[in-house]
Design a protein around this ligand. Structure first.
Ligand code: ADP
Ligand code: MG
Length: 281
């Protein structure tokens, strides 16, 4: 018998906590005639880090946006922290409060300092008083390595620092899980490492994370599971070393070849004539 018994017929434990953070079943999403998610099933266990990889346009952002209902699923069900977000009667604001979301663009208020960017939602959404919100805000700025930047405005910060403020802002709301949509894609290469280091430390602290990323070394080292999506379906998923190191499907292999070595992949896709021409110039 396990230490924390589950309630029969559910995945709820006797402590009232669910062992499943996100469950997606038969998810389909169309925009007009275009079906961009064509039957997605996957589960994220509490405390797990799942990285979603795949070519542009494969539906990764749409999937993430369905999880906190920024997009409405066309069919299927999504359960987050025990609440069914696809239920029309769900209190979606209450569910969203448990989900931290970090986008490619940082979406900080330009006229507010870093600390003010962190306190505004705490006060308005969680009703914390100024003092408590600032204390928690400073704590989270320290956690992302920006202790001394509390009174800096976004324009005075590098892209990497702004993204770390955005992560701290999400953390200040005490989320149960975090969704990341290509959090480092807009950054200069030399700024990517600091953001990934913060994400890695969050993972080490046990945060449940669903991360869309092209950073294969991060996925390989930090993820518990990697999901490869193409054309609205999950082509394969599994252990990072297997999916990235020894992919089973040709589509995964060709995607990884392009991501890991774009120049070589481009050359190998050229015909011999073209390649000869390209090499001789
Ligand atoms: N609001 C929308 N309206 C119409 N089409 C959309 C919308 N959002 C995304 N799409 C289309 O859905 C497909 C998947 O997009 P997206 O989820 O952003 O892919 P990814 O994040 O993997 O690049 C693309 O063809 C995109 O053009
Ligand atoms: Mg996207």
């Amino acid at each position: 018998m396990s230490a924390v018994p589950t309630v029969p017929g559910t995945d709820e434990t006797a402590t009232g906590k669910s062992a499943t953070a996100i469950a997606v079943r038969g998810l389909r999403k169309s925009f007009g005639e275009l079906e961009v998610l064509r039957g997605i099933d996957f589960t994220v266990a509490k405390g797990d880090v799942v990285c979603v990889i795949g070519p542009s346009g494969s539906g990764k952002s749409t999937l993430l946006r369905c999880v906190n209902r920024l997009e409405e699923a066309t069919s299927g069900t999504i359960t987050v922290a025990g609440a069914e977000v696809t239920d029309p009667d769900v209190d979606i604001d209450r569910v969203r409060r448990r989900i931290g979301m970090v986008f490619q663009s940082f979406n900080l208020f330009p006229h507010l300092t870093a600390l003010q960017n962190l306190t505004i939602a705490q006060r308005r959404v969680l009703g914390r008083d100024k003092e408590e919100a600032e204390r928690i805000g400073r704590e989270q700025l320290r956690r992302v390595g920006l202790t001394d930047k509390d009174s800096a405005y976004p324009a005075q910060l590098s892209g990497g620092q702004q993204q770390r403020v955005a992560i701290a802002r999400a953390l200040a709301m005490d989320p149960e899980l975090m969704l990341f949509d290509e959090p480092t894609s807009a950054l200069d290469p030399e700024l990517v490492g600091d953001v990934l280091a913060v994400m890695r430390s969050l993972a080490d602290d046990g945060m449940t994370m669903l991360v869309v990323t092209h950073e294969m070394s991060f996925a390989r080292e930090v993820a518990d599971r990697v999901v490869f999506m193409d054309d609205g379906v999950i082509v394969e998923e599994g252990d990072p070393a297997q999916v990235i190191g020894a992919p089973r499907h040709a589509r995964t292999r060709s995607f990884l070849a392009r991501v890991l070595d774009p120049a070589a992949a481009e050359l190998s896709e050229l015909t011999d004539d073209e390649a000869g021409g390209a090499l001789s110039t």
